[in-house]
Design a protein around this ligand. Structure first.
Ligand SMILES: [Zn+2]
Ligand SMILES: [Zn+2]
Length: 237
């Protein structure tokens, strides 16, 4: 909510300046560059938002996150969508956004990439019924051929249901494989070497960075705990 001294409504110029700053930060975030929210906030208040307080600018950014989410667009992770956007503000922000180059922020891929998604879905719809059984104890499978075939089925399923996004950082796969599918790696949350199973409840699709993080980073235990808390399919083994 705006503070009482700011009862005066936001004009379009102020909203547009907020939207522009927001999209600039979102672009940076999506290309894994640091964003300095406090600096952007200050710059806005030194310029077009000179009538507004820091907290009010901050709240406006959260409003924009809410509208972005409603429009099926990605939003800045650090600005949690503030749902109680005044209806007037919400539709004006929406209108301003519609004039911007926002297609690149869509959560579902645009036509150029959609072929990939369609191929994934045709190959095996990610319904719960399709969850493959997997292998409780892969090291005890007797023939290498069967073991490979089954493991491949699990990893294919894990990759399909990820819909091309890392289940750690939620970013799109960093690049496409030579066959046109998104490049992600399958990680066994409880490592196979520690007798973790090769089953959907113990496997995640990760980008190479998040995968290395699970194995080598100083916060790998915390990151692993985070995966258990945030990927509903996973169960501790
Ligand atoms: Zn990742
Ligand atoms: Zn791994």
């Amino acid at each position: 909510m705006d503070t009482p001294k700011e009862r005066t409504g936001w004009d379009d110029r102020e909203l547009e300046a907020s939207v522009d700053a927001y999209l600039k930060m979102l672009s940076l975030e999506l290309s894994n560059q640091p964003i300095k929210k406090a600096d952007e906030n200050r710059l806005l208040r030194e310029g077009p938002l000179s009538k507004r307080s820091a907290s009010s600018v901050e709240y406006r950014m959260q409003n924009i996150s809410a509208v972005m989410a409603q429009m099926g667009l990605r939003h800045i992770v650090g600005y949690v969508p503030a749902k109680n956007v005044g209806t007037g503000i919400s539709s004006r922000v929406r209108k301003i956004l519609a004039e911007k180059n926002i297609d690149r922020f869509r959560l579902t891929p645009e036509p150029a990439n959609q072929q990939v998604t369609y191929r994934l879905i045709e190959a095996a719809p990610p319904h719960a019924d399709d969850v493959p059984e997997g292998i409780l104890n892969p090291t005890q499978i007797s023939t290498a051929t069967i073991r490979y075939a089954r493991a491949k089925k699990i990893s294919d399923w894990i990759l399909k249901q990820s819909e091309g996004r890392c289940e750690g950082c939620k970013q799109k796969a960093p690049f496409l494989r030579s066959d046109g599918l998104p490049y992600l790696e399958v990680h066994h949350v409880k490592h196979l070497a520690k007798k973790g199973s090769d089953r959907p409840k113990n496997a995640v699709a990760l980008c190479p960075n998040c995968h290395r993080r699970c194995h080598y980073s100083s916060d790998r235990d915390e990151f692993t705990a985070w995966l258990y808390d945030n990927v509903a399919r996973l169960r501790r083994e």
